[in-house]
Design a binder for this molecule. Structure first.
Ligand SMILES: [Fe+2]
Length: 266
C-alpha cells in the first residue's frame, strides 16, 4: 500500500500498483473510475473521439501525478462521470503471498446508474470502443475485452454508482472472501448466487459509507462470436434470483445503498 497525507492506495493480489485509492473527504463521493489502456496510441485515439461523442477532455494526455504514475487522459462523460484512461503505470512483479491468496485481484466491473442508458451506452461504444454483450430489462452489459462485461449501465432516476465488483481468483476464494466479510461484520446483502448475464458467481456487501461491493468469480469469457441477448432472453421464474436457486432477494439495505453514492462534480 502507498500512502500520502490524505490518500491510501490499496493493491489487490494482481499486478496493478493499486486498485482502490481512498481519499480523505467530507462526502463519500466517487472521484473517478480508471481504466487500463493497452497502448499510448489508444489513449490518443480515445482523447480524439471524446468531444464528438458528447464528452469533455478535462486534462491530458499527460503524466499522472500520483502513486503508480503512467500517462492518462481524464475525461467527463455526457452524464458527469469522471473517467481516466491510463497507460504505462507501475506494476508489481511479485505475487502476494499465500496468506493473501483469497484477496481480490482487481476491479472487474463497475455498474453505473443512468438516467438515460441509451445515451451512456452510445458514449461507451463510440468514444471508448465498448460493445454490448447483453441488454436485460434493467441493465446494459458492456465489454471492452474478453470479460463478458467491464461496465454495466442500469436504468435509474439518477446518475449514481450502483456497485463495484472485485474479482477473486476462483469460486473457493469468492466463498472464503464472503465468509471473511461476514466475520468482520459485513454480512452478505445479496447472494451467494450465480448471475444470468456474465454467468459470474456473486455475493454483495454494503461497505463503509454505504458503497456497494461485489465479490465475484468465474466471469464468462466471450469473443466477437458472442450472441448479444435482449430483455426477452433474460428473466427469472418467480422467487428466483440466481441460476442455482440459492440466493435470497436483495436486502432493503442494499437496494437503498446502490442508489446513494454520487460522482464528484468537476
Ligand atoms: Fe456486478
Amino acid at each position: 500500500m502507498a500512502r500520502t497525507d490524505d490518500a491510501a492506495y490499496l493493491r489487490g493480489s494482481g499486478s496493478f500498483h493499486h486498485i482502490l485509492p481512498l481519499h480523505r473527504s467530507s462526502k463519500p463521493d466517487v472521484r473517478n473510475v480508471t481504466f487500463s489502456v493497452a497502448s499510448l496510441a489508444d489513449v490518443d485515439a480515445i482523447t480524439a473521439r471524446i468531444p464528438a461523442a458528447g464528452g469533455t477532455v478535462v486534462s491530458g494526455p499527460q503524466p499522472l501525478a500520483e502513486a503508480g504514475g503512467g500517462t492518462a487522459v481524464v475525461i467527463n462523460d455526457p452524464q458527469g462521470r469522471i473517467l481516466r484512461f491510463v497507460h504505462g503505470d507501475a506494476r508489481h512483479l511479485e505475487a502476494l503471498d499465500r496468506a493473501h491468496r483469497d484477496a481480490p485481484e482487481h476491479i472487474t466491473h463497475v455498474v453505473f446508474n443512468s438516467t438515460d442508458v441509451a445515451v451512456a451506452q452510445r458514449f461507451f461504444e463510440e468514444a471508448l470502443g465498448f460493445c454490448l454483450s447483453d441488454r436485460t430489462k434493467i441493465m446494459a452489459f458492456m465489454r471492452c475485452n474478453n470479460d463478458h462485461h467491464s461496465i454495466a449501465l442500469a436504468d435509474s432516476d439518477a446518475n449514481t454508482l450502483n456497485h463495484i465488483a472485485f474479482v477473486m481468483p476462483d469460486l473457493e476464494a469468492a466463498m472464503r472472501g464472503a465468509g471473511r466479510m461476514s466475520d468482520a461484520g459485513w454480512p452478505i446483502e445479496w447472494g451467494v448466487g450465480r448471475h444470468g448475464p456474465g454467468n459470474n458467481v456473486f455475493s454483495y456487501f454494503v461497505g463503509p459509507d454505504d458503497f456497494v461491493i461485489e465479490y465475484t468469480a468465474d466471469v464468462l469469457q466471450v469473443d466477437d462470436s458472442y450472441r448479444t441477448g435482449g430483455p426477452s432472453d433474460w428473466g427469472w421464474p418467480a422467487r428466483r434470483f440466481d441460476q442455482w436457486g440459492v440466493s435470497k432477494p436483495l436486502s432493503d439495505r442494499i437496494k437503498q445503498a446502490q442508489k446513494k453514492i454520487r460522482f464528484i462534480e468537476q
